[in-house]
Design a protein around this ligand. Structure first.
Ligand SMILES: C[S@@+](CC[C@H](N)C(=O)[O-])C[C@H]1O[C@@H](n2cnc3c(N)ncnc32)[C@H](O)[C@@H]1O
Length: 220
């Protein structure tokens, strides 16, 4: 078995990483704090702090203009990506919770990016299936119910522009993904990871970022 060269991320090293990343801006920081204060039982769902500058980096790197987010919660990742879009760029944010995404709406307005974000409150599969079938998406961020990761993938890949990205969060399933006895959402993530690795339409890398992040690029 190949030996990992990854350095274990201690709390000190994690703090060091955050100190050497672009800092969260005041609206992003306030949204993180408001989420933890107002929704303490659910705040762990928020994308990790280091993912905000990473997502923004990817948006700028590929010059994305059309983003789809599957799983918005209180709007942290959507905020980071929308801020990295050009003024005429668009982000379609999919979630089923009007209550949770209301926090996002406030933050997006405060950051002046509310015009770039279209929130669709509905099961994300319905929202994706209603989108034009031809390639038009530059970047999709997958961060919702794990059981549907493969159906989301299958709706998104044909709609990705050549060179477009799908970024999928939680592909380590809290570190349990190697457990052969997993069922339910964990087994769905295992099946998703196998599905992505076998898909010849894309090239994908799985990264040891936060709870595991896969970045896949549509060939062509
Ligand atoms: C992990 S959180 C998203 C975190 C978000 N990306 C952030 O950075 O704060 C998952 C979200 O997926 C949403 N969700 C769950 N099932 C869904 C579905 N079928 N369609 C759309 N959204 C769904 C939940 O309401 C929740 O807000």
């Amino acid at each position: 078995m190949a030996e990992s060269k990854s350095t274990p991320v201690t709390p000190e090293l994690y703090a060091y990483v955050l100190r050497h990343n672009p800092p969260l801006d005041p609206v992003q920081r306030e949204l993180v704090e408001v989420t933890y204060r107002s929704l303490p039982e659910h705040a762990g769902m928020q994308s990790a702090e280091e993912q905000a500058p990473l997502l923004a980096f990817l948006v700028r790197l590929i010059g994305a203009r059309h983003i789809v987010e599957v799983g918005t919660f209180t709007g942290f990742s959507a905020l980071a990506m929308a801020q990295a879009l050009p003024a005429d760029g668009r982000l379609i944010a999919c979630d089923v919770s009007a209550e949770w995404t209301a926090y996002g709406r406030q933050a997006w307005a405060k950051a002046g990016v509310e015009d770039r974000i279209e929130l669709r409150i509905a099961p994300a599969l319905d929202t994706l299936r209603a989108m034009p079938a031809e390639p038009h998406i530059d970047l999709a961020y997958l961060d919702a119910d794990k059981q549907n990761y493969i159906p989301y993938w299958e709706e998104l890949v044909p709609r990705l522009n050549p060179g477009g990205l799908i970024v999928a969060d939680n592909v380590f399933y809290g570190g349990q993904v190697t457990d052969a006895a997993l069922s339910g959402a964990g087994a769905a993530i295992q099946a998703f990871n196998d599905h992505v690795a076998a898909d010849t339409r894309t090239e994908a890398v799985m990264l040891t970022v936060a709870d595991g992040l896969t970045i896949a690029r549509r060939r062509g």
